[in-house]
Write a protein that binds this ligand. Sequence first.
Ligand code: NAP
Ligand code: ZN
Ligand code: ZN
Length: 351
Amino acid sequence: MSTKPVKAYGTKSAESDLEQLKINRRSVTAKDVEIDILFCGVCHSDLHFARNDWGMTQYPVVPGHEIVGRVTQVGPGASKYKVGDLVAVGCLVDSCRTCNNCKEDLEQYCPQWVGTYGGYDKHLDSPTHGGYSETIVVDEDFVLSVPKNLDQAGVAPVLCAGITTWSPLRHWKVGKGSKVAVVGLGGLGHMALKLANALGAEVTLFSRSPNKVKDALALGAHKVVISTDDAQMEGVMNHFDLIIDTVPYAHDLNPYIGTLSTNGTLVVVGYLGPLDPMLVTVPMIMGRRAVAGSLIGGIAETQELLDFCGKHIITSDIEIINIQNINDAYERMLKSDVHYRFVIDMKSLKE
Ligand code: NAP
Ligand code: ZN
Ligand code: ZN
């Protein structure tokens, strides 16, 4: 099929920096939408993928799955969007559409879901490439509508950091009176504070970083517990209905289990891999406490979140960068020095 060369930023190996590359986008097929990318958020998953932390990266990889842009072309069979619309693409660009998960709007759990990068583009018979690029071509069913009242750069992180924390908040039915805690104040963590607060919950942040306390309270936390302080941890035993753990690396979950109330759940969204140290089951059994996991969110749920953000005027707290500074941004992310999401102004790639 015919393709169009576009500028992108990516890496050819786990050890090299990201650099400018040329990639091919497919020509618009019947149900496709072509999007001129305006902004793209920088997720810790982009870094994990670029550096092959999960052992499955195919190179070259072009990361980026928090995409906001304008429609520039629509296929003859596409009817949801028109040229000029402000739209977004998150972590998913296709799925099988026929399995039970797809039928229940849980495309993220479809065995054949296609990631925005590192997935498989059936039209091109090659890996998908993400939003660190000039344009992207996506089936209209995986394109989202962006509320016009929201800041275009600030809304980008809603597409991953937002939906990844929104989905567990909704699944565990968080609302007025719920007691929610969030572990780690980075991209996901700061969106979790904002969203749980907007849903009416009592919100607590667990952090290792005392210098983030003031920000956490401004972002929507009612309380901050420094997780390395035993007395502060003791003060919240048997308390939370839901804990969302956003920490990207292996860490001890056991100290958090006892802070759950009876029937409480700790949902891991950050770290992917074997736990170290292992879980001690005693506090789980003595209180019917659960440890669960959750992956991003489906397309309908992501649109629900975008609409909720439009209504409550919620966007991410961002630092806008040029694409040429992406390698520095990754280094700062590794030091937990993000306040609280980098967003790339894609003009910097086009100039
Ligand atoms: P981020 O912006 O780098 O934030 C992570 C935060 O975790 C840091 O700010 C820090 O907060 C805390 N932290 C970092 N290293 C830690 C360590 N070794 N021990 C304890 N705390 C640590 O990352 P993000 O973009 O929010 O992503 C978080 C994780 O979620 C990543 O692993 C990413 O791949 C994953 N993710 C999962 C999904 C999913 O669908 N499940 C979706 C998107 C991202 P404090 O300074 O407050 O301690
Ligand atoms: Zn992400
Ligand atoms: Zn499916």
